[in-house]
Design a protein around this ligand. Sequence first.
Ligand code: ARG
Length: 438
Amino acid sequence: MKLWGGRFRDEENALMEEFNKSFDFDSVLYKQDINGSLAHIYMQVQVGLLNEEEGKLISDGLKSIEKDIEDGVLCLDGNYEDIHSFVEINLIKRIGEVGKKLHTGRSRNDQVAVDMRLFAKEKAYEILEYIENLKATLKEVGKNNPIIMPGYTHLQRAQVVTFKHHLMAYYNMFDRDARRVKNAIGILNESPLGCGALAGTTHNIDRSITCNKLGFKKPVDNFMDGVSDRDYLLELMSDFSIIMMHLSRLSEELILWSSQEFKFIEIDDLYSTGSSIMPQKKNPDGAELIRGKTGRVYGNLISLLTVMKGLPLAYNKDMQEDKEGFFDSVNTLSMCLQIMSRMIATLKVRADNMKNAVKSGFLNATEVADYLVNKNIPFRDAHGIVGQIVIYCEDNDKSIEDLSLEELLQFSDTFEEDIYNFIEYENILDKGIKVNLR
Ligand code: ARG
């Protein structure tokens, strides 16, 4: 059954009907669609387009549809074009003629626009909760593990850091992500309901009533923009892509750290899988899947950017393509954030391996140079001297702290016994602004 059949002589071609349908994927919007309609009906009563009795009949009908969907009495299937048709057709089936008044002063264009904004806002808040959870987990695990470990640049051992500081780097990334998502919510928080198809309506509707009822900050300023704006989905999907990029970087580290080569951590059995042939294997699949799923979240963003790039104002059916990608990105990101929190909360930290790894790779070389600077040697010269010391150590298979004072004095006569204390790995972190690493 079609809502728009009046001006057509022929039935829609079956393949075209299938092609045009969005019900298979937009049925998840049933709550938002019904809430949007309830607000629209409330407003219609307020402005006198419906009398109280009609308003009550329609509202009760809408609420009964929602309840029956939730109770599994009314199934979201059947041959409907989209969720809007599903709700309206079922409403008329339930309450009869008066149900046909629901759509006065409204178009599916502003209807779908308001549904998607409500959905996007709700999901963005859910994602914020998952981010806060992950941040709290990173902070807690960091606090419990102020262990020294090698810090890397170019994946080469560079300087001593702590596991806590390393995790808190991600905490800061996710904190920025949360602020980005909040900002996107602030921008999208305007109601498009009442824009009509593109040019408003001759009825004296009151957009501020539906706006307030639905919890938006204000009605959109421009009708044509209101029905055809999908920026908020692009903005959220950009934010989601950045979050996935952060999750993917963290996943990469978890994968590396849990390898035999690093052995810094062990991912809990709960978030690992085995091999069907190699009995010894424990694979970091949780982290690998997060890294892998980053691709589809980027893909969904690029896909909608491409859909939108050549569209004339106002609504075009191309915009129906906003849904599957956005829903997929929301589901993927929600899952990844939860899995990451759990993986971090349960991982075993191999403190001894982290501490031991600090001892090779000359992680205190920069601090030897700092020591020489304290002895009034210009930094560039100090850098050169320590470079020579490193070559000497490599040739003799020693660490800098293993060298005797006599050996060190061959490179600079400013070395004194206090050098050993100065470059001791734990002590390094108590000097200067390095205390921030603690
Ligand atoms: N399923 C459509 C969408 O997602 C709903 C809006 C339909 N509007 C229209 N003029 N055909 O965009």
